[in-house]
Design a binder for this molecule. Structure first.
Ligand code: ADP
Length: 834
C-alpha cells in the first residue's frame, strides 16, 4: 500500500521521529497532573508496544472527493456498509433493526427526519383586506444600496494590493500563500465601512433599488475557479520536532516568518488579542525528552530546553529600549480620545432558528448569543420566529397571545394569524402562528418540506405585517439566511411606503449553499406583483437559471449591509469560488459586504457552569475534565483505558466532509485512540450509512456513534473528549471547534472558512505560541486529515504537557460575543444613519 503521506505536502507530515504507534500505553493523560520526568521516560520509543487496538480494516470503498472548489455535495457518494454480524457487548440483546442493535445506553434516536403532509400551495383564504398599494415614496435606503455609484477606496486599495501581490508571486491558481488570503478586504469594510462608503454615497440620488449593470469584469480579477487556497506559508516549515505550545521552542521560520505581519486586517476581527505577557505567564513546559530537543538555554533556572521563550521575552525589551530613550513622556499627550459610544438601538431579529427552542445548527446559537450580547449592552432586542409545533416549549416562559387577529396578505387574500409572545431564557420573542390549511409550521420539523419557500415567504410577510400593525419601528432589522431574505425586499418595495421608513436591514448569510431558488409564484403569494420587475437580473433573478428567482440574491441586493460569518469565508464566497453562484452579485455589492466572526455564548457553553456535565472545571482546574471523560465513556460503554478520545459533533451534511469523518474514525481506532460521533441528517441515505458504520463498530469497545440530535450528549462530548475533528469541505464559521476549545478539547480542522480563522496549528502557524490551539490541514483528502490527526495523537501520547498547553490555549482564547457584537453595532450604527 502506498505511503499515504506521499501525496500530502511535507508541511503536513508529522516529524518522523514521532510515532503514535510507538506510544507507551502507560503514558499519562494530559489532563491529569502528571510528573513530567516520568512522562519523559515513558515516551521512550524503546518501550513502545503496539497500540492496544489493531488497525481496523475499512470496509467501505474510499470515496472520491469532489474538488474543493465545487463544494456542492454529492450525497450519493457515501455507500452503505455491509454490517457485521452483530454481537452486542454489554447490551441485553441484539436486534436486527438499527435502534436496538446499539448498546443500550444509546437512548437518543434520530428525531429530525419526520416529515409531514405535503399540502398544495396556499390558495386564497378569507380575503379581508386588499393588497397594499405602493405609494411613490422615495426610499431613503436606495442611496446606499447602489454600491457602484462609487468605489470604496479602501476596498479598492486592498484589492489592488492583492492583485499586485498575485502578479508578483505569479500565483493565480493552485496554492496561494495564506498571507495573500488573509487580508480579506471585507475585514476592513466592517471596521472602516463608515467613512469609506459614506464618501461614496450620493444622498440626493434616491431610487428604489439599484438596477445597475453588474460589472462582471470585477469577477475576473478574482480567480474564482481556484481551488480552496492552500497555505503556501507552511511550505518552508520542514517536519520538525514537537513544538511546546505556549512555552518555548527553537525559533523556526514558521514561527517567526516576517510575512506574519501580512495579516493585519484579520486582527481586528478575530477576538484573540495579542497578549505578549501571556507567553511569559504560561507554565514552563518540562523537557519532553532530552535526546530529542536541543539543549536548554539557561534563561531561567528551571529553564525549558528550548529557546523561543527567551526570544519572546527579549522582544518587548528591545522594542522598549528605543522609544523610551527618545520620547520619555509624550505618550501621555498622544492618548487618543475614547471613541464615541454608539447610542443604543432597537433591533428586531427575524430568524428561522433560535437556541434552544428551535435549533438545527449554528444559526440558532448565533441568533441567541448575539441578541443576548446586544441586550447586555443596553440595546432593545426582539426576535420574531415561526411558531413551530416541534419547538422546545419547555424553554419558553410566559407564552401568551400578543396579537390575535393579524391578517397577513397572501395570494390576493389574507391568512388569519396569531402572534404569541414569550421569553426564551430572557430573550423577548414573538412567534408567528398562521391559521390556514397550509399548516405552514405544523410539520413536526423545521426544514425539508417541499413548500419551504412558501412557508418562509409567508413568515417574512407576516413578520413585517406584525411590525406594521403594532407600530414597531426598529432602527435595525437583522435577518438571517434565505428564509428571511424577502424581508428587505418587502420592506423597501412595500412596507416603507406604508410607514416603515426608518428601519434598515442587516442580512447575515450563514450558509451560501441554501439560497431559496424558486419560481415566480412566491412573488405573487407575497404581493410582489410585478414579476417582470422583480425577475430582473439586477434584482431577484437567479444568476444561472433565467426562469428562477433567488431569494438570497434578493436579500443581498435589497439589504443595507450583508455579511457572512467569518472574514475568511467572506473572501471565499466572493472571490474564492464558494459563493454557490452568487459571486457576481457579491462583487457588485462588495461595498456593503463583509465578514464578522461568530462569537460563542459562554452562558450556554461554559465548563464551569454547564448543567449537562458531571464535573465543572476551568483552565485552572483542567484535571477535572478527566471526570467528564470517564462519564462519557460510561455513557457510551467505552473501555476505560489510556487512549485519547477523538470526537465529531455536527450535522451529517456533505458540507462537513463526511468521507473524512468516516476516515477519521478508522484512522483514530487504528492509531491508539477512541472515537465518538454525534450527528444526524435529514437525508435518510446518509443516516443509513452511519447506522451501517455504527453496526460495524458495535462490538468495538473504543468506538461509539450516536446517530441523533442530543444537546446534552453534545455537551458531554465537548467536555469529555480530548480532540474534535472538523474536516469540512467548506465552513462559513463553524461553532463546534470554538465550543470544543472552550471545553479544553483540541480541534483538528481543515483550513477553510471560519475554521482557518479560529484554529491555529500547533507546529506550523505563524501565530504567537500562546495563540496556537489545535491542528490544521489543507487538503480535503485522507492524507491531509491523517497529517493533522497523526500529529495530534502523537502529541497526546508523547508530549502530554504540550498537549495540555494546547488545551489551555484554547480555553484561554476569547471567543465571546464581545468583539463580534461590537462589529455588528458598528454596522448597525453605520446603516441606520443612511
Ligand atoms: P452548522 O451551523 O453548519 O450546523 P456549526 O458548527 O456552526 O454548524 O454549529 C453546530 C451547532 O449545532 C453546535 O452548537 C453543535 O453543538 C450543534 N449540533 C450539531 N449537531 C448536533 C447534534 N447531533 N446534537 C446536538 N447538537 C448538535
Amino acid at each position: 500500500m502506498a505511503n499515504p503521506r506521499r501525496k500530502d505536502p511535507a508541511k503536513n507530515q508529522i516529524p518522523r521521529n514521532i510515532s503514535p504507534v510507538a506510544a507507551s500505553p502507560a503514558r499519562s493523560d494530559p489532563i491529569k497532573p502528571a510528573p513530567e520526568t516520568k512522562l519523559v521516560s515513558e515516551t521512550k520509543p524503546a518501550v513502545a508496544p503496539a497500540p492496544p487496538t489493531p488497525p481496523q480494516p475499512e470496509p467501505i470503498k474510499p470515496v472520491t472527493l469532489a474538488p474543493a472548489t465545487s463544494p456542492t455535495p454529492a450525497t450519493g457518494e457515501i455507500k452503505s456498509t455491509t454490517p457485521k454480524t452483530e454481537k452486542t457487548v454489554g447490551a441485553p440483546a441484539s436486534a436486527t433493526a438499527p435502534p436496538p442493535a446499539v448498546r443500550p445506553d444509546s437512548g437518543a434516536e434520530p428525531t429530525k427526519a419526520a416529515t409531514g403532509p405535503q399540502p398544495p400551495p396556499a390558495e386564497a383564504n378569507p380575503p379581508v383586506k386588499p393588497p397594499p398599494t405602493s405609494a411613490p415614496v422615495v426610499p431613503k435606503v436606495a442611496t446606499e444600496i447602489k454600491p457602484a455609484t462609487g468605489i470604496n477606496p479602501l476596498a479598492e486599495a486592498l484589492r489592488s494590493a492583492v492583485i499586485k501581490q498575485r502578479i508578483e508571486t505569479g500565483s493565480t491558481t493552485g496554492a496561494r500563500p495564506i498571507a495573500e488570503i488573509k487580508p480579506v478586504p471585507e475585514t476592513k469594510v466592517v471596521s472602516e465601512i463608515k467613512p469609506a462608503v459614506a464618501a461614496t454615497v450620493d444622498k440626493s440620488a434616491a431610487t428604489s433599488i439599484p438596477p445597475k449593470p453588474e460589472p462582471v469584469k470585477a469577477v475576473a480579477v478574482s480567480p474564482t475557479s481556484r481551488p480552496v487556497p492552500v497555505s503556501a506559508e507552511i511550505k518552508p516549515a520542514p517536519p520538525k520536532p514537537e513544538t511546546p505550545v505556549g512555552a518555548t521552542t527553537p525559533v523556526t521560520p514558521a514561527a517567526v516568518r516576517p510575512d506574519s505581519g501580512s495579516a493585519p486586517t484579520k486582527a481586528p476581527i478575530t477576538s484573540i488579542k495579542p497578549e505578549p505577557a501571556v507567553s511569559q505567564k504560561l507554565e514552563p513546559v518540562a523537557a519532553p525528552s532530552e535526546k530529542k530537543e536541543p539543549p536548554p538555554k539557561p534563561v531561567t533556572p528551571p529553564a525549558p530546553p528550548v529557546s523561543e521563550q527567551a526570544v519572546v521575552k527579549e522582544i518587548p525589551k528591545l522594542n522598549k529600549a528605543e522609544p523610551e530613550a527618545e520620547e520619555p513622556q509624550p505618550a501621555l499627550e498622544a492618548a487618543p480620545p475614547p471613541p464615541p459610544a454608539i447610542p443604543s438601538m432597537f433591533v428586531v431579529m427575524i430568524a428561522s432558528e433560535l437556541t434552544p427552542v428551535a435549533k438545527v445548527g449554528g444559526l440558532a446559537d448565533v441568533v441567541y448569543g448575539l441578541a443576548r450580547e446586544l441586550e447586555s449592552r443596553g440595546n432593545a432586542v426582539e426576535i420574531i420566529l415561526p411558531k413551530y409545533d416541534c419547538m422546545r416549549y419547555d424553554h419558553i416562559y410566559g407564552l401568551t397571545k400578543a396579537y390575535e387577529n393579524l391578517w397577513v396578505p397572501w395570494y390576493g387574500g389574507a391568512i388569519h394569524t396569531t402572534v404569541y409572545f414569550g421569553f426564551v431564557h430572557g430573550r423577548k420573542c414573538f412567534f408567528i402562528e398562521p391559521h390556514s390549511n397550509d399548516n405552514f409550521f405544523n410539520r413536526k420539523c423545521f426544514y425539508g418540506q417541499t413548500d419551504d419557500v412558501l412557508r418562509f415567504a409567508f413568515f417574512c410577510r407576516a413578520a413585517l405585517e406584525f411590525m406594521l400593525k403594532t407600530n414597531k419601528h426598529p432602527e435595525i432589522i437583522h435577518c438571517h439566511d434565505w428564509q428571511t431574505a424577502l424581508v428587505p425586499v418587502l420592506l423597501y418595495e412595500m412596507y416603507q411606503h406604508l410607514g416603515m421608513r426608518h428601519s434598515r436591514v442587516c442580512f447575515t448569510i450563514h450558509n451560501f449553499k441554501h439560497q431559496g431558488v424558486t419560481g415566480e409564484h412566491v412573488l405573487r403569494a407575497t404581493g410582489l406583483n410585478r414579476p417582470e420587475y422583480f425577475s430582473n437580473y439586477d434584482r431577484l433573478r437567479d444568476n444561472h437559471n433565467p426562469h428562477a428567482i433567488n431569494l438570497m440574491k434578493g436579500g443581498i441586493v435589497y439589504s443595507n449591509f450583508v455579511n457572512t460569518v467569518s472574514p475568511r469565508h467572506a473572501w471565499e464566497a466572493k472571490d474564492g469560488g464558494q459563493g454557490f453562484g452568487l459571486e457576481p452579485t457579491l462583487n457588485i455589492h462588495h461595498c456593503k459586504f463583509g465578514g464578522v466572526l461568530n462569537g460563542l455564548d459562554y452562558e450556554q457553553f461554559n465548563p464551569q457552569t454547564d448543567p449537562h456535565i458531571p464535573a465543572k472545571y476551568s483552565a485552572d482546574t483542567i484535571e477535572k475534565k478527566y471526570e467528564n471523560k470517564r462519564a462519557l465513556r460510561k455513557r457510551f460503554m467505552l473501555a476505560d483505558n489510556d487512549k485519547p478520545i477523538v470526537s465529531f459533533v455536527g450535522r451529517l451534511d456533505p458540507q462537513k466532509g463526511l468521507e473524512l469523518v468516516r476516515h477519521a474514525i478508522f484512522y483514530a481506532l487504528g492509531h491508539g485512540a477512541q472515537f465518538v460521533l454525534l450527528g444526524s441528517s435529514p437525508d435518510a441515505s446518509i443516516n443509513e450509512h452511519f447506522w451501517g458504520l455504527k453496526r460495524h463498530f458495535n462490538d468495538n469497545p473504543d468506538c461509539h456513534l450516536e446517530i441523533a440530535y442530543n444537546e446534552e450528549v453534545a455537551h458531554l462530548i465537548y467536555a469529555g473528549a480530548d480532540m474534535i475533528v472538523v474536516p469540512s469541505r467548506y465552513e462559513p464559521c463553524g461553532l463546534t471547534q470554538i465550543i470544543a476549545m472552550a471545553f479544553g478539547t483540541v480541534p483538528v480542522v481543515r483550513a477553510v472558512g471560519g475554521l482557518a480563522d479560529t484554529v491555529f496549528d500547533k507546529d506550523f502557524s505563524n501565530r504567537p505560541l500562546h495563540e496556537r490551539n489545535g491542528y490544521v490541514f489543507e487538503n480535503a483528502d485522507n492524507p491531509g486529515l491523517e497529517s493533522a490527526l497523526q500529529r495530534a495523537i502523537a502529541c497526546y501520547y508523547q508530549f502530554p504537557e504540550h498537549f495540555r498547553q494546547l488545551m489551555l490555549n484554547g480555553m484561554r482564547g476569547d471567543h465571546s460575543w464581545n468583539q463580534p457584537a461590537q462589529h455588528y453595532l458598528k454596522i448597525y450604527d453605520y446603516i441606520r444613519q443612511k
